[in-house]
Design a protein around this ligand. Structure first.
Ligand SMILES: [Zn+2]
Length: 49
């Protein structure tokens, strides 16, 4: 079981964070990056179309 955040390698303090392998702050950042990546794909799609 991972006990450190996979993103910043800080200690995970809650059972949920441990289960997800990432701390809450990093989870928010990761979701924001995924949204940004999805937006980039949509933009590229729009350009191609
Ligand atoms: Zn982290």
């Amino acid at each position: 079981m991972a006990e450190n955040c996979r993103r910043c390698h800080g200690w995970l303090l809650s059972p949920r964070s441990i289960a997800e392998g990432i701390g809450p702050t990093c989870a928010v950042r990761e979701r924001a990056e995924q949204r940004a990546a999805a937006a980039d794909k949509l933009t590229l799609f729009d350009i191609a179309a």
